[in-house]
Design a protein around this ligand. Structure first.
Ligand SMILES: [Zn+2]
Length: 514
């Protein structure tokens, strides 16, 4: 079995990912937890770059015959606006979203969470991500979180104040081993700089101590605990749910690079202080995404969600970005750069990805036609496609080297189309090509999808009808050897923004991507 090598943020080197157990049949089982989003709004394409990287890990592991036990959560309570820079400061993101203009259409905070969770799952499917085996929600695991708080208080790693319950960082000497952040500086400086509204709990014993439970009888989402009414700290849900579904020690834990500190550092402290066992043996972090060289922001108008790009304009799609875009093209562009490098999302990259997707779809239809036609003849593709697949998989096993893997996949697609342009594929060649498309789709997910691209209207596409009837007229003109008329019709079709292709199996067309 080949090595699956992946950069480990904990040891700071590329090393083999090792599933710690095998099932009854001897198949390795990878236990993988990937942090999901806070459902206070639509996840943006930067979030999805992280989720897609996790999806590639799952797919590659399955492609080499492993089983994956895959858990990715939904945060629906407890994530505060300042949580990334300061401990337990700011407003709850869910409550803030409900109070905003967009929040007006929701009956309450639970309704808002339900809406954005459903949207997340829909976008997840559109981009052809594998469903996790479990998608736990923080609000459905509060009892388990309270039990963890009680256990940490009992074993001396946590203490109660008038405001909440805190994890005492000096009680856990390994704090900082993931991020290298061992001092209080970043939290304190961040807190002071980020918000004047940050309230520091005077009873905290160390500035680094972080909240496991926030007492707040006025909060929109609250539960009763031995420490009074309140809600769990953001970091607690992930370590508790990961251990509940995957065991004390998991094989791989992932998320966006912004989660490495403080979120993941705090998860390690909570989990290892509870069990005395290592929490996760391998950590992966996906770097951030820029849009046309700028940080995404609502103010700049470059804040992009999946539906901004995949929905037709009359349903909110961004016409300036060419919406509706084939979701697999969006998937392709979001993972086209190495996950350990920042990625610059551009309109040009999106259009290039659409062209690649168009060629993949063309290869699929060529193969489908050839399978149906069942022509005799040699298979001149099998060896080339076998090598292209091997190269693609080898690149993915080498720390998810997607640029090299995609290049190998395109080489295979190019071979199929090149062969077809010389002469229609034989049935044997078509079978080899079909198998190649299936195999290369397994680790990459850019060929086959059940997802139906929403069309502009429920009615038939008027452009398609017009183009089809012009193509029929041109076929007639060519039959009658009226070349001038055939060329004139071709110009007319191309003026509609459509490209006409005459191939060995007839005339096809596609929308031009400029
Ligand atoms: Zn998390």
């Amino acid at each position: 079995m080949p090595d699956f090598r992946l950069y480990n943020s904990l040891t700071r080197q590329v090393e083999p990912l090792v599933p710690s157990e095998t099932d009854a049949s001897g198949t390795p089982v990878l236990r993988f937890y990937s942090c999901g989003p806070t459902v206070y709004s639509y996840a943006h394409i930067g979030n999805f770059r992280t989720f897609l990287t996790a999806d590639l890990v799952v797919r590659v592991a399955e492609a080499i015959g492993w089983k994956v036990r895959y858990v990715s959560n939904v945060t629906d309570v407890g994530h505060l606006t300042e949580d990334d820079v300061a401990d337990a400061a700011g407003e709850d993101r869910m409550a803030k979203a409900l109070a905003s203009k967009e929040g007006e259409r929701f009956a309450n905070v639970w309704d808002l969470a339900r809406h954005y969770t459903e949207a997340l799952v829909a976008d997840w499917r559109a981009l052809n991500l594998r469903e996790p085996d479990v998608r736990p929600r923080a609000t459905e695991h509060v009892r388990e979180q309270i039990r963890a708080v009680e256990a940490l208080v009992a074993n001396g790693h946590a203490y109660e104040t008038a405001d909440g319950v805190y994890f005492h960082v000096p009680s856990f000497p390994d704090y900082g081993k993931l991020s290298g952040n061992t001092e209080a500086d970043r939290l304190d400086v961040g807190a002071a700089a980020a918000s004047r509204a940050v309230v520091v709990d005077e009873e905290k014993r160390d500035p680094r101590d972080f909240a496991l439970w926030k007492k707040d009888p006025g909060h929109l989402m609250q539960w009763h605990s031995p420490y009074g009414w309140g809600f769990p700290g953001w970091h607690l849900e992930c370590s508790v749910m990961a251990q509940q579904y995957l065991g004390e020690t998991i094989d791989l834990h992932g998320g966006g690079e912004d989660l490495r500190f403080p979120h993941h550092e705090c998860e390690i402290a909570q989990a290892e202080a509870l069990t005395g066992e290592p929490f996760a043996r391998h950590w992966m972090h996906t770097r951030f995404l820029l849009v046309e060289d700028e940080k995404m922001s609502k103010r700049l108008g470059n804040f992009l969600t999946v539906r901004d790009l995949t929905a037709p304009p009359e349903r909110g799609g961004r016409a300036d970005w060419g919406a509706p875009v084939d979701p697999l093209a969006l998937r392709l562009v979001l993972v086209s750069g190495n996950y350990r490098q920042p990625f610059n999302f551009t309109l040009k990259a999106l259009k290039d990805a659409q062209k690649h997707r168009q060629r993949i779809a063309e290869a699929e239809s060529v193969v489908r036609e050839a399978l149906e036609a069942g022509r005799d003849g040699p298979d001149r593709l099998g060896a080339t496609l076998g090598a292209a697949y091997d190269d693609a998989l080898a690149a993915m096993l080498d720390d998810l080297n997607t640029p090299v893997a995609f290049a190998a996949a395109y080489r295979g697609v190019g071979a199929i189309l090149g062969q077809h342009h010389q002469q229609p594929l034989s049935a044997d060649a078509a079978r080899a090509a079909d198998a190649f498309l299936d195999r290369v789709d397994a680790p990459l997910g850019i060929v086959r999808s059940d997802y139906e691209v929403p069309t502009s209207t429920a009615e038939a596409d008027p452009l398609a009808e017009q183009v089809e009837s012009l193509i029929a007229a041109r076929v007639e003109a060519r039959k009658a050897k009226d070349w001038a008329r055939a060329d004139a019709i071709r110009d007319e079709i191309e003026a509609l923004g459509v490209e006409v292709m005459d191939g060995p199996v007839g005339t096809t067309w596609r929308r031009k991507i400029d």
